[in-house]
Design a protein around this ligand. Structure first.
Ligand SMILES: Nc1ncnc2c1ncn2[C@@H]1O[C@H](COP(=O)(O)OP(=O)(O)O)[C@@H](O)[C@H]1O
Ligand SMILES: N[C@@H](CCC(=O)OP(=O)(O)O)C(=O)O
Length: 379
């Protein structure tokens, strides 16, 4: 079966072809391929980097310091140049574009998360290409997604895409960074993302890029869990998008898992910031991880953080290893009184009862991937 909805992420490395400015001719070529896909009935969402590079080009600031205010200055100037360039380039093929500038804060509550998905849907229904970038001009470290690999994975989840294509300056994921290891070999298929694979994926060394292969693997891990296939490939491979859409073997292909997380659990995984941490005893860890149970108050050893009912919290074992992320049915004040107690004591201790489950199974995602442990994506 062919793909219905594809998110294409273009890294700065592709958009500049390794130079200090946007490679407009190459943008035309990529827009041509995307437009052909649209004409063949595939819905295309574009997640584009390049605002900072475009700002640097426009202001002719090759040596601007890399601090936050200057990056925000470049992004504010560059984003308008970037969207103007895309608008002109897609108009050659008779297509309009619509811009969504998102930050992590836009994904924190389920309603805003769904609103972003709705906007993508309405643009696609009207044959308009949604173009997404992080709103770098306002995103501080607390609210940032941080890199467009992770942003594009979130975009793929919120618009329920079936394929995420990450185009970069390498042919795919290699068994070592090909820049420093000329003998590095391309990995063509990945079934499972594990620690061995993560160790192969280095950071960005290209100057204007963010995250390198490490963030591409994070993105692939998130997308896979939501049932989205992922391909990492070279943005300069001839007819790269045309061939990927025809399922030709190009770059590195990550298969999607068979039983993907529900939409609500996907949001719990990638949307909200966590506001608290529960340390669980061994029995509760076993119940949550091995037997698929909800979390009861008896198994909670300690509660950190101040939060209201409905907050997203991390569940850890006694050594602090993060095992799950979920929605707390009780506020932190109540939990400090009922942690470690039997469920039938809840009402007596706090004067009300929202049920025995502190984190219900349906509101919980297991963090079976090392990547999420201690990373900003789980917190
Ligand atoms: N195992 C690996 N396989 C391929 N590329 C790698 C690997 N480890 C690190 N890299 C680096 O990741 C870079 C691509 O990431 P990045 O510079 O962030 O590009 P983009 O702008 O496309 O996101 C490559 O140029 C490469 O040097
Ligand atoms: N939002 C930034 C790009 C951030 C980013 O992830 O860059 P890249 O690694 O080149 O995809 C910009 O538009 O410049």
């Amino acid at each position: 079966m062919s793909y219905q909805r594809v998110v294409v992420k273009l890294g700065t490395s592709v958009l500049t072809s390794g130079s200090n400015k946007l490679d407009k001719a190459h943008m035309v070529e990529l827009a041509r391929q995307m437009s052909a896909l649209v004409r063949s009935g595939v819905e295309v969402v574009l997640c584009t980097s390049g605002a900072i590079a475009a700002g640097r080009e426009h202001l002719q600031y090759p040596e601007l310091p890399d601090d936050m205010p200057n990056k925000q200055l470049l992004a504010a100037v560059g984003q308008s140049q970037l969207i103007l360039a895309w608008s002109e380039v897609f108009s050659i093929y008779g297509l309009h574009v619509g811009q969504l500038l998102l930050t992590g804060a836009d994904l924190h509550d389920l309603e805003r998360y769904m609103n972003a998905g709705d906007t993508i849907n309405v643009l696609l229904e009207n044959n308009i290409i949604p173009i997404i970038n992080e709103n770098d001009a306002v995103a501080t470290s607390e609210i940032k997604v941080g890199d467009n690999d992770n942003l594009s994975a979130r975009a793929a989840l919120l618009c329920e895409a079936d394929l995420l294509v990450l185009l970069t300056d390498q042919k795919g994921l290699f068994d070592a960074d090909p820049r420093s290891n000329p003998n590095a070999k391309l990995i063509t298929t990945v079934a499972t993302i594990d620690d061995n694979l993560r160790q192969l994926a280095g950071g960005a060394v290209s100057g204007l890029g963010t995250g390198g292969m490490a963030t591409k693997l994070e993105a692939a891990d998130i997308a896979k869990r939501a049932g989205v296939e992922v391909v990492i490939a070279s943005g300069h491979h001839p007819e790269v998008l045309t061939k990927i859409a025809k399922k030709e073997a190009i770059g590195t292909h990550f298969s999607a898992i068979k039983n993907p997380l529900s939409y609500r659990k996907q949001w719990i995984l990638v949307g909200p910031a966590t506001e608290g941490r529960f340390k669980l005893d061994d029995g509760a860890c076993h119940a949550v991880v091995e037997t698929g149970s909800s979390l009861l108050p008896k198994g909670i050893v300690s509660v950190e953080g101040e939060f209201e009912r409905g907050a997203i919290v991390l569940l850890t074992d006694q050594s602090g290893n993060e095992i799950a992320k979920g929605l707390s049915r009780y506020c932190s004040r109540a939990l400090k009184l009922i942690a470690g107690k039997h469920s039938n004591q809840i009402e007596e201790l706090i004067g009300y009862d929202y049920g025995a489950s502190i984190v219900h199974r349906n509101d919980m995602v297991l963090l079976d991937c090392e990547q999420f442990k201690g990373s900003k994506h789980a917190s």
